[in-house]
Design a protein. Structure first.
Length: 566
């Protein structure tokens, strides 16, 4: 009996031991799984996540969570040496900015100079630094800076009426990113030959103007004029890609200074779906385009009255200084007459997206603000054709009117001469010759068919026909009517003599024929760049101003060049 009792107890004990071991292993496995999950969660943490858990003062000094590093050490040293920096920097800024002030001096002023310029006793605060990897023979740093300064800046302003006014610039608040380039790297101390500085990004600039001993508002238009001049001077004198070069070691550093590298050709074709800002009628849109936001470098289109789908077909040129960082900005405004124009939307495209010598056809979505991208409202689109070509690129072109599919129309015009001979003209002569050459030829359009046209009658059908118009000359042709069809087939060909193919465009409209009138169904607008480029092509175009509908066209170009003597 004792034997059986001992056997049962042994079995139960062994079973309990096995169960305990299994539970222990399961618990350890679960613990390892939870630990792995926790580690994976930490690995996915962002800087913002870490700040929610651990305050910044507890970060070890060697821990870096992003490209930007804190610069308390730099700010502490800068405060110590600021009196000496102030003296040197004040004179440097004064000599750099004063000529720009004179350049942008408004017509109501006869003179605009600094009578006093010091940066004050408050040193700027650097809030972050980024090392830019450019693969060159130098070091590039982007420094985030904040400055709520107490400078002593007095402008000696003289009006055309002979009135002299000392205007104080005070309460300056500035936030931005400065770029420092240490280049070239050398073997001698301090290991670089020169320092280039530039304002890489201006986030905010606030200041107040005060006439010493008076009120600036008593002189009509003076405040706005001086405010605009100061902002333009800052933009033009130190904003990237402008680079101020400070030699450290003796040498020639002219290659570090700002130099134009090419020209951007922009054709502002059209916009569609713009926001209506007028209570009565429609907006009166016009566009402003720029690479650098300076008054003398900003281009403005003509105003198209009462139209939310304007067609401009205007051509502009811009000087490019740095293809890798600059971008083209387009802003569409509603003209309000004597009142300030209202912004309808804006867009930008980075120049680095362009292939030199190749035309890029783009539709850009308009947004409310280029900096803040939280706006999801549909503000319409703007249509551009872009061509960037570096200076000196022309020498590589062949006959400008040879049937070379890889060349664009503007590339052909950029050729050295109409007969294809090689020349070595200067940049100015090159630009002038490009303007003197026009492209003349015959454009042949075959209207093949349409697909999925919108129904316009009660039976769910339509009686469509197509109207073709050359915008510059107004020449017009139209197809026959195809009855009761939403997928009509025409296969009709029309020829247009084009006097200036680079600046003309084709407008193709689809209409519904009706006994008592006609109904508009949609359109497509086609520049001639591609057909001059390729000579011949077929394409299916989506109809604008219509929910559905496509148009199949065949275009062919038969060129005849003309050299216009100046």
């Amino acid at each position: 009996m004792a034997f059986f009792f001992g056997l049962v107890c042994g079995v139960l004990f062994g079973f309990a031991l096995v169960v305990g071991f299994v539970k222990s292993e399961n618990s350890r496995s679960k613990g390892r799984s939870q630990l792995a999950t926790t580690i994976a969660a930490f690995a996915r943490m962002t800087v913002d996540d870490s700040r929610k858990i651990l305050p910044s003062e507890y970060y070890p000094s060697w821990v870096v969570f992003s490209h930007r590093q804190k610069l308390k050490w730099l700010n502490a040293h800068l405060m110590k040496i600021w009196p000496y920096v102030n003296e040197a920097a004040s004179e440097l800024i004064k000599t750099s900015v004063e000529p720009v002030l004179e350049q942008y001096r408004p017509i109501i002023l006869s003179s605009l100079k600094f009578s006093k310029f010091t940066l004050g006793t408050v040193a700027p605060q650097f809030t972050g630094v980024t090392i830019v990897e450019d693969g060159g023979d130098g070091i590039t740093m982007d420094l985030e800076m904040q400055w709520d300064g107490n400078p002593n800046i007095i402008l000696d302003v003289k009006t055309r009426l002979g009135v002299a006014l000392p205007v104080q610039v005070k309460d300056i608040g500035f936030t931005g990113v400065f770029r420092l380039i240490f280049k070239p790297l050398v073997d001698e101390f301090p290991c670089f030959g020169a320092v280039c500085y530039s304002l890489r990004e201006k986030k905010d600039l606030d200041f107040k103007l005060k006439v010493i001993g008076g009120d600036i508002s008593t002189v009509p238009g003076l405040f706005g004029a001086i405010d605009g001049v100061i902002r333009d001077a800052v933009e033009d004198s130190v904003t990237w890609p402008v680079r101020k070069v400070v030699p450290i070691l003796p040498g020639d550093y002219s290659d570090l200074e700002l130099k134009p590298v090419g020209v951007l050709e922009v054709k502002l074709v059209q916009a569609k779906g713009l926001t209506n800002k007028d209570i009565v009628g429609k907006s009166d849109p016009y566009a402003k385009l720029y690479i650098r936001p300076l008054r003398d470098r900003t281009k403005t289109s003509k105003i198209i009255n009462n139209d939310l789908n304007p067609i401009w077909n205007e051509h502009f040129e811009f000087i490019v200084e740095d293809l890798s960082t600059q971008h083209l900005v387009v802003k569409i405004y509603d003209d309000e007459g004597v009142q300030a124009s209202e912004l309808l939307g804006c867009a930008q495209i980075h120049l680095r997206e362009l292939q030199p010598g190749k035309v890029k056809d783009v539709w850009l979505n308009l947004v409310k603000d280029l900096e803040v991208q939280r706006d999801t409202k549909d503000r319409g689109q703007v249509h551009l054709e872009l061509l960037y070509y570096p200076f000196g690129m022309s020498n590589g072109f062949t006959n400008p009117f040879a049937s070379t599919p890889s060349m664009t129309s503007l590339e052909k015009v950029l050729k050295n001469g109409v007969n294809g001979t090689e020349t070595t003209e200067t940049e100015n002569e090159f630009t002038q010759k490009r303007k003197e050459v026009i492209v003349r030829g015959v454009l042949s359009i075959t209207v093949i068919s349409a697909e999925d046209l919108p129904a316009t009658d009660f039976m769910g059908k339509a009686d469509p026909y197509v109207v073709l118009t050359m915008k510059k000359t107004g020449l017009r042709n139209k197809t026959r009517v195809v009855n009761e069809s939403l997928n009509p087939v025409w296969n009709q060909t029309f020829d247009f003599v084009v006097e200036d193919g680079l600046h003309d465009m084709l407008i193709v409209e689809v209409w519904d024929h009706d006994t008592f009138g006609k109904d508009y169904m949609g359109r497509c607008i086609i520049t001639l760049t591609k057909v001059i480029l390729e000579g011949e092509y077929k394409e299916c175009y989506q109809l604008d101003e219509s929910k559905t509908g496509k148009l199949n066209l065949h275009l062919k170009w038969m060129p005849q060049p003309i050299y216009r003597e100046s």
